[in-house]
Design a protein around this ligand. Structure first.
Ligand SMILES: Cc1cc2nc3c(=O)[nH]c(=O)nc-3n(C[C@H](O)[C@H](O)[C@H](O)COP(=O)(O)OP(=O)(O)OC[C@H]3O[C@@H](n4cnc5c(N)ncnc54)[C@H](O)[C@@H]3O)c2cc1C
Ligand code: SF4
Length: 384
């Protein structure tokens, strides 16, 4: 067990990770007047350089590849921008899975984590998601209900800015929305076809602003959401939370700091954090009064498991991981054959979706389906 190093620098609060969770903690605490040290395993983010505003892959020297010559998530579409810095495999961070299992672990290593390039789909859990056992006898009820969380959904949506429409559908509780972008031609056709089948096709709900909001300009439909824009029209913790927190003067950031262990003092509370400085490969320590562990679900579990039983009295840390499963089906719409090219500009991805549907049926495949729709007309496909 590691010993406390009293000579290590002291910080009131240390936040580990700068994604959705860490960014929110940093922003809230610094606004409250608290001094915070942020330890982030990835490198810094410079939107002016890294976002490659409105450039196409062939307009940058490294063409479609990432800046180190590798192709990242999504291949050329995302790889040519350094900003997303998301990978299925990270040099120096190998992982294994149990024999017979397959799990591809997507991770980001940059200020802002995955929020720099995630899909921005912003949905609320339904009332029955909090009480699954009471609803259909499967799973475990949460100790909180939808009503407990609803005010916090309101607060988050009002801050990040989400577009969508209020539909009164139980599986997709309504939130606070800006107007959604207009449906594209194929999306209108899908909605009409859905109506015939009793399939609810409604406006997507995404953290992209269609009207100016808190000093941010409205989306200009360039479709490059996967790597960010200087206008910050799509939510990212880097642009909306960490940069503003830096301006308070109360935030210090250490980049390339890979936390490996949380070390407890004699009172059993975390008193020190050990991390590896990836630039020198040296172990470093910081002491703290409080720590916020927000290094993403799997990595936070790994750090806890490295920390001598910390927060694991239940023994379930790192177990029972469930990923989203799904399948892709594609088709061709004869009604659009032979038409003139039409405009498919808009936000990245679809402007419509199908909220959980057939969620209350009783059969051997409970909870029904959620459908993400995609498509394009005959114009050039979007580059994200
Ligand atoms: C391609 C893609 C699309 C997605 N689309 C959606 C969507 O549309 N809607 C939705 O709700 N969710 C979506 N998600 C999921 C969403 O991005 C995550 O749920 C969310 O970002 C999690 O936030 P987080 O703060 O827990 O972790 P992250 O955003 O991953 O941030 C974790 C941060 O911690 C850092 N870190 C990790 N380990 C250490 C360590 N040991 N020491 C120090 N720092 C460390 C990382 O570098 C990273 O910056 C998507 C994810 C991906 C990959
Ligand atoms: S389309 Fe995406 S990247 Fe372009 S301005 Fe809108 S939200 Fe930003």
């Amino acid at each position: 067990m590691a010993q406390i190093l009293k000579s290590a620098p002291f910080h009131n609060v240390v936040v580990i990770g700068s994604g959705a969770g860490g960014g929110t903690a940093v922003h809230t605490l610094t606004k409250l007047g608290v001094n915070v040290l942020l330890l982030e395993a990835g490198g810094p983010l410079n939107p002016a350089k890294d976002f490659k505003e409105h450039l196409m892959p062939w307009q940058v020297p490294h063409r479609g590849a990432g800046e180190d010559g590798r192709f990242y998530f999504g291949g050329m579409k995302d790889g040519f921008s350094a900003a997303p810095n998301g990978y299925w495999e990270i040099a120096g961070e190998p992982y294994t899975v149990a024999p017979g299992n397959k799990f591809d672990w997507f991770r980001s290593r940059i200020l802002g984590g995955r929020t720099n390039h995630y899909g921005r789909i912003s949905l609320r859990f339904a009332d029955y998601d909090f009480k699954p056992y009471s609803t259909d006898g499967l799973g475990t009820d949460w100790p909180i209900s939808y009503e407990d969380l609803a005010p916090w959904y309101d607060k988050a949506e009002a801050f990040i800015g989400v577009h969508g429409t209020r539909e009164g559908i139980r599986s997709a509780p309504d939130g606070i929305y800006q107007p959604p972008p207009a449906f594209r031609v194929h999306e209108t056709l899908i909605q009409r076809a859905g109506a015939k089948l009793g399939l609810p096709v409604v406006a997507a709900r995404k953290a992209m602003i269609t009207k100016a909001h808190n000093g941010r300009a409205a989306c200009h439909y360039c479709g490059h959401c996967g790597r960010g824009r200087l206008t910050a029209s799509a939510y990212s913790s880097s642009q909306l939370q960490i940069f503003p927190a830096l301006k308070t003067g109360r935030l210090k950031i250490v980049q390339h700091a890979m936390v490996r262990e949380l070390i407890r003092g004699t009172d059993g509370r975390v008193a020190e954090i050990s991390y590896v400085d990836k630039t020198t490969r040296q172990e470093k320590r910081v002491r703290c009064r409080a720590v916020v562990l927000a290094a993403s679900a799997c990595e936070s579990a790994r750090i806890l498991l490295n920390s001598n039983g910390l927060a694991n009295s239940s023994g379930v840390v790192g177990r029972n991981l469930t990923d989203t499963v799904g399948l892709t089906v594609s088709g061709h719409v004869p009604a659009l054959e032979g038409l003139m090219r039409y405009d498919t500009d808009g936000i990245r991805g679809s402007h419509v979706y199908v909220p959980w549907w057939l969620y209350d049926r009783k059969n051997e495949f409970p909870r029904g389906y959620y459908i993400k729709l995609g498509g394009t007309g005959f114009a050039a496909p979007q580059v994200g």
